[in-house]
Every structure is written in structure tokens, then in C-alpha cells.
Design a binder for this molecule. Sequence first.
Ligand code: AMP
Ligand code: MG
Length: 485
Amino acid sequence: MSELLAPAVRLDDRFARALPELALPWQAEEAPEPDLLLLNEPLAAELGLDPAALRTPEGVGLLVGTAVPDGARPVAQAYSGHQFGGYSPRLGDGRALLLGELVDGHGAVRDLHLKGSGRTPFARGGDGLAAVGPMLREYVVSEAMHALGIPTTRALAVVATGRQVRRETLLPGAVLARVASSHLRVGSFQYARATDDVDLLRRLADLAIERHHPHAAQAENRYLALFEAVLEVQASLVAQWMLVGFIHGVMNTDNMTISGETIDYGPCAFLEAYDPDTVYSSIDEGGRYRLGNQPLAAEWNLARLAEALLPLIAEDTDRAVALAVETLKTFRPRYDAALADGMRAKLGLPADADTAGLVDDLLELLRAGHVDWTSFFRRLADAARGDAEPVRLLFLDLAGIDGWLERWRALGPDGTAMDRVNPVYIPRNHLVEEALDAAAAGDTTLVEELLAVLAAPFDERPDHERYAAPAPQDFGATFRTFCGT
Ligand code: AMP
Ligand code: MG
């Protein structure tokens, strides 16, 4: 369709070729008046795409899926999923398309994927669309996660379509172009397993090994090794979420990747005052995906992955279960170790420091005092350098924090090292909402400013205090994220 872009963008269809049973060829809906709201130029360059070409009408056509380069074959991917614990055998891309794969500047295969590109056969009751606000939200939060050094899908662009989307009110529609090392999920394996086609399941597992965990191919039991590799990357990922106070909000098995990247930024939010019971999502009534439950939710999802992989792990089911359970049991120690290492780093302490009691006592002080998680660690670095006043100001229980600081200081914390791992700037909910509101009214300046601040989260800038401050009290207490994305 678009000869202009065809030579510049070479999109492969290797997923569709390897797994036709999971790939439904489909096309994006026309966008009546496409308007490029945000383009991630550094990411475009990393992918070998010319930002200037992406800004042309043909380029924007690619970013909404209506100008498909020659040779590309967009597909909706099939997957199943446990949503809040209930199994849905057929989810799939209801409003998304995999445009194809490209090879980045480092030789790595990356998916180019669209969200909000119209109804597909997986749409069920949905309209297949997405609104500008939630797509900008995914852009901002996923790019912030990337800058924090946490594995994540990336955002390449948001294009307003010129089409209205009906939610509680009529909203402007948009398509998000996102990039991932793949979109293989726990739910992909659940879907393949449910077909009872072991050959399909094996091809899926082989693709996952090739793309994400090639060392598993060397193991005696490569599929058990694949399971272990996913378990390891997810233990590490969830520990990193906890260390920055990220609450995913919808950790369904269809939203958990095989690569270990964070995916699907819906009702997610960053923690302000520390409380393991924090829930922001309006639909998470039981608190299944509350902050402190994320490791358990991940482990539960991994058990579903193990179930899906059983026929590949061993021919004898009892033996397969025994092997899978043995591996699954290593999730908690791996997670605990990743979290403990990360907490030691946040506290500026050497790797051999014994911090178990110190961390537990700190968490209790933070919880009891409703202390802002991000500000605390940043100010604690000042205390390491000899000025404890800023951090003391965060507490009413001064005797409590003073006693704790004394024990911590005795271990010789390094304030400079702390500043390298504790961010000053996170996508605070009130800042994100404010920027999205302005963008919805047609002004993307605030979103762009916020993105620029969040791109260097560890570098404190004196004129950016408002980006480091917690939300005003009246905002924080009532803030909810909505899944009506
Ligand atoms: P999520 O919880 O956003 O990851 O989505 C769960 C499932 O619902 C996936 O199969 C999505 O493709 C589908 N879905 C979400 N929103 C829509 C929509 N507006 N139209 C069609 N399908 C949707
Ligand atoms: Mg999803």
C-alpha cells in the first residue's frame, strides 16, 4: 500500500509463520484524521526507523496500521488468560495488532505492535478502540519505567485517530504504537495448551526459547529450563517493581510476559505513602493485585504457566508435576534475594550487610507514618552525608526514626551510591493526570515536559521541585485508576 515507506521499514512475519494457529491475519481500521501526538525519536532511531519519515503521512499511516509495508502481514494474536483468577479461554488481541518484527541496531528482534487499531475477531463486546488519555498514559509510564532501568515494552508513538470513542463520555480516539521484545505471554501458553496440540505448544516454547531464553536450549530438559528462566526474569521484575513502588494493577496471566518485560499499562500507578495494601485500580475490589500481593500474584501466574508446559516437561504427568513444582518453589527465594539486594542498594549498604531486621523495621516505620516512598530514600542519602533533618521531617515518630537511623548509619551507608538507584522523579499520579488532561484539551506541552523530566529520573534538577513532590493530600486520598482504557 505504501511504496514510499516500504524500502525503509522491513517488517518480518516470523511469529505468524511459526505459529499460524495463534496469528489471525487482520487489518487496522481507517483513521479519519490521523494526528501524530507523540513520537519517540530516540527509540525510532534505535529501531533503524527514520523519525522524519515517520512524521510523513505514510509514516503516520504505518503508526496507525493503515499503510502496511510490502511483505508485512499484521495479525491479531490469540491467547487465553486468567483475569482476576477466572479463566477466559479466548481473549486475544481484541483491539491490537502485531504489525510485524524488526531487527534493531543491536541485532535484536523487536515486535512492532498497535493498540487501539479497531475491532478484531477477538473483540467480544469491545469496540476495538482506545482513547487518547490512556494511550498517552501508557506512553508516559512505560517510558518512565524504561528510564528507571526496569524491563518494559516501549512506546514509539501515539496518534490521535480523529475518531470518537464512547466510554463514560465521548473521548478522542488514539492508537499507541508499542515495541516489545515479544508479546508472548503466559496466556499464549495457556491457549496453546488448551488446543491439546502438543506440536503447537512445542513450537511456541521453541520460539520463546529462541527469542528470550536461548541458554535453555542447552539444558537437559529445555522446557523445564524455559520455565525456570521465565520464573527468574519475573522474580527479578516484580522485585524491581516493589523497589520503585510500582503497582501494575492488572496482573492477569495474559498480562505477564515470557520475556520478563512489564506489559499493559492499564490501571497501574506508582505508590506515594508506603502501604503494602495500596490499590489504585477501580476494578480491583478484592485487592488481588495490591502492592504487597504482587509477588504472590506472579507466583500464581507462574503456576499457570507450569500447568500449560506440563506435556513438554515430561511424558509422565506425575513426573512433570514433580519437576514443575520443584522449580516453582524456587520463585520465592529468588524474589526474596532480588528484593533484599535491591533494598541493600537503596539503603546504600554493602552487599554483605545484614539488613533483614533493619528493612522490616523501616517498612513498619514508613507504613505507620504514611511516609512517601520515593522522597524517603532520596532524603535518606542526605542523612548518609550527615544531614538527617530532611528525612526526619517526614516522620512524626522522631524517636522511632532516630533509633533506626542510628542502626543504619553504623553500617556505613554510601549516599552517592544511593542517589544512583533511588529516583527523584517518578510518574506521580497527580502529574500524569494533569498532563493528560491538558493533552485531552489539545495541549501536549505538559506531557512532553513530564517525559523530559522522567527520562532522567536520578538526576535532581533544582528548578523541578514540583515534579519531585508528593500529591496534595486531597488528590492522593481519592485517586483511582480506571480500566475503561
Ligand atoms: P487488558 O486487560 O487491557 O489486557 O485486556 C484484556 C482483554 O480485553 C484483551 O483480550 C483485550 O484485547 C480486550 N480488550 C480490552 N479493551 C478492549 C476494547 N476496547 N475492544 C476490544 N477488546 C478489548
Ligand atoms: Mg492485556
